[in-house]
Design a protein around this ligand. Structure first.
Ligand code: ADP
Ligand code: MG
Length: 693
């Protein structure tokens, strides 16, 4: 149960004074629906209203708060000429300018002869000082309240800044003092304030520098968030370890037969990764290992060898792919190899139906099928394994942590191998998994030819078509990618359809179109026609992004290349350059390109090294959204900025490990405080792991 002091923080924002349901809707859009969301909605800027010079001394361009006497109203003509009010103090005159405002309202607000405090940006216009639409107007008694620093928050259309500020102030007022969960020595060394003080300070910046993530208040809040996430992971991992793993040691017989049937020999990197994986499986702890390698680096074979080892050890193995298309492709490639060891490979996706499905399920349950490939259909209740030993999760970035756990629960101490082509930097891995083991395929299979990458403005599309004409005449297959950011964005889809029609006019009967809205069988038919049918040009939305393998494809055109991220472009490009043919990638862009888009294209032209590209991407995007974080299912942080707080992440991880080692049930005084921390950051699911142990 959530600790009582946190109750008010998890109440809806309508529980705050002055927030009605209409504003709550807007606040929800900007920050979130609960009081705690407002606490995490830190200011991104500030307006300093402390500058209060005499009128004559007011510097144009600055925000000033001035105390003036109202002298004359100069009504406008309702259209071109604005309404103007001349005001003055003993030093000089300033004009307040209003567009589209009613005179009677202004007369009431600024009665002639009255003293008013106005705050806004001072401008010099025709030698006259003026403020256009002062932000604030108050009576002289309220001057002090006005001469402050106002935090500026990310807003949403229709939400007045003042309302959000008041709501946040109300939320902070609600925040209780909480017991300290950070190690006191660490806290002192860093010079960080208590949680509540940090919160109040971070929300009340006094100068620009206070907005920096390095400021003690902000750093502390970021650390809290990182500690909560690392502690939750450490607790989960502790539980997984406690459920003792099983040693799975194969005799190598199946692997030997399949390896002998491979049309190639393993690269050094593939061999190293295989050894690492087999060692994990042989150890009596549960494996959680990530196999990272660029598109085309040969992860599938490594995964298959691990699966065979699980079978040799008497168990079953499952490979789960993110899409139906990929599951089928994996199945089509793995099944013939497994046959070399007299093993059948089952297939289970949403499309296997009726009798055939029941038969497959029955054979998975009685252990007759040792190897299964499928989609998330593998998670479903009805799927029961006789003894699942290894779960391989391919291209993990489409799966969440939750789904991964579901599959691991389908057996007794299941070993888990996750494969990904996203070169996630080490620090980011920590945030998603805590301590996961990593094997890297940093060497491409031999015989790959580099892909030549060129950038071409969209106006020269005819040249692209001509180039394709030549390539196709020479027997090449072509991918033509059109961006569909959301499959629901019908406009994007229409563009892909229009492109397919346009190309079909140039290459009649040889153009296919594939996108996420196509039903399974339709998609398969389109793919088959491209792999070994009459289709030479496949217009595709990004459904081809993950894993598809057509070695004859040697040309890729990417339209609106400027709309794709670096990681995505890299992954897309990885679809070609797999066969013996020289390959070309044409990035078609709409001019003018921004600096970042230019830099992205330059990097792609320069290198095909995924890790190098990941680093460059990190650098280009800076503290913002990092390479693949969205696709990789990595957690989103509200307070921590993984670039700016990079040094805090290892500290939080070390701390979490130490906590779990010393007080595995979080029973001590600090342990209790840490429980509150987990609830505060909604990682309390992890507390269940403590209990059930
Ligand atoms: P990934 O899943 O890492 O993108 P795949 O496992 O699909 O890569 O392998 C890409 C292609 O390379 C496949 O056609 C595969 O048969 C081939 N391949 C894998 N390993 C080797 C190797 N050692 N030598 C030559 N070709 C290989
Ligand atoms: Mg793959």
């Amino acid at each position: 149960m959530r600790p009582e002091p946190l109750f008010p923080l998890f109440a809806p924002t309508t529980s705050l004074p002055g927030i009605g349901s209409r504003m709550a809707v807007l606040i929800e859009r900007a920050a979130g629906g609960r009081v705690v969301d407002l606490l995490w909605h830190l200011p991104t800027g500030l307006i300093d209203r402390r500058y209060s010079p005499r009128v004559a001394d007011a510097e144009p361009g600055r925000i000033a708060t001035l105390t003036v006497r109202v002298e004359t109203h100069l009504p406008g003509d309702g259209r071109r000429r604005p309404y103007r009010i001349r005001c003055a103090d003993e030093s000089g005159t300033i004009v307040l300018v209003f567009f589209h405002l009613r005179g009677d309202y202004l007369e009431k607000t600024f009665p002639v002869g009255a003293v008013r405090v106005v705050s806004g940006r001072v401008e010099l216009f025709n030698e006259t000082l003026q403020i256009t639409h002062p932000d604030r107007v108050a009576s002289p008694e309220e001057a002090a309240a006005l001469q402050t620093v106002e935090p500026v928050h990310p807003l949403t259309a229709g939400l007045p800044p003042g309302v959000l500020r008041k709501a946040i102030a109300g939320a902070i007022a609600r925040a209780p003092e909480l017991p300290e969960w950070i190690d006191p020595a660490f806290l002192a060394r860093r010079g960080w304030p208590s949680w509540r003080t940090a919160l109040a300070t971070a929300h009340a910046p006094q100068e620009e520098a206070d907005l920096s993530p390095a400021r003690p208040a902000r750093a502390r809040l970021a650390f809290d968030e990182l500690l909560a996430s690392q502690l939750a992971l450490a607790l989960l991992r502790q539980r997984q370890r406690r459920v003792a793993g099983r040693a799975r040691i194969g005799d190598g017989s199946l692997r030997a037969r399949v390896t002998a049937a491979l049309p190639f020999s393993l690269t050094g990197a593939q061999q190293r990764a295989t050894v690492e994986i087999l060692a994990d499986m042989a150890a009596p702890v549960r494996m959680l290992r990530l196999l990272q390698g660029d598109v085309g680096s040969g992860k599938t074979v490594v995964a298959l060898l691990a699966m065979l080892a699980a079978v040799e050890a008497g168990g079953q193995a499952a490979l789960m792919a993110p899409t139906e298309l990929l599951a089928r492709q994996h199945h089509a490639r793995i099944a013939p190899l497994a046959r070399a060891a007299d093993l059948e490979v089952g297939l289970l996706t949403g499309r296997e139906k009726g009798k055939a499905r029941e038969a497959t399920l029955a054979r998975i349950a009685d252990g007759g099928l040792r190897l299964v490939v499928g989609t998330h259909a593998l998670f479903q209740e009805e799927v029961e394994f006789r003894d699942l030993g290894l779960a391989v999760i391919d291209e993990q970035h489409r799966f969440g942590v939750h789904q991964r756990l579901m599959l691991a629960r389908k057996g007794d101490a299941v070993d888990v191998l996750v494969t990904t082509a996203t070169p996630i930097p080490r620090t980011l891995l920590l945030t998603a998994y805590g301590d996961i083991d990593v094997s890297r395929l940093d060497e491409k299979p031999p015989g790959r030819r580099p892909v030549v990458t060129r950038a071409i403005p969209a106006e020269r599309l005819e040249e692209v078509v001509a180039a394709i004409d030549r390539a196709v005449a020479g027997g090449a297959k072509v991918y033509w990618v059109c961006p569909v950011i959301e499959e629901s964005e019908t406009g994007d889809l229409a563009a892909a359809e229009a492109r397919a029609r346009h190309l079909d006019a140039c290459f009649p009967g040889r153009v296919g179109l594939i996108h996420g809205r196509l039903k399974g069988p339709q998609r398969d038919a389109v793919m088959e026609a491209f792999v070994d049918g009459g289709t030479d040009i496949l217009v595709a939305t990004t459904v081809i992004e993950v894993g598809v393998d057509v070695p004859a494809a040697s040309v890729m055109v990417i339209e609106h290349a400027e709309r794709f991220g670096l990681a995505q472009l890299h992954q897309l490009r990885g679809r070609i350059g797999r066969g013996a043919r020289a390959s070309t990638c044409l990035l078609v862009y709409t001019a003018p390109l921004g600096e970042t888009a230019k830099a992205r294209i330059a990097i792609l032209r320069e290198t095909e090294d995924g890790f190098r590209i990941a680093e460059e991407d990190l650098r280009l995007r800076g503290g913002g959204e990092m390479l693949g974080t969205r696709q990789s299912g990595l957690p989103d942080f509200r307070l921590a900025d993984l670039a700016a707080h990079a040094d805090l992440l290892p500290a939080a991880q070390d701390d979490a490990r130490l906590i779990v080692a010393r007080d595995p049930t979080l029973a001590g005084q600090r342990g209790q405080a840490l429980r509150t921390l987990l609830y505060l950051f909604e990682r309390d699911a992890a507390i269940r792991y403590v209990r059930s142990g």
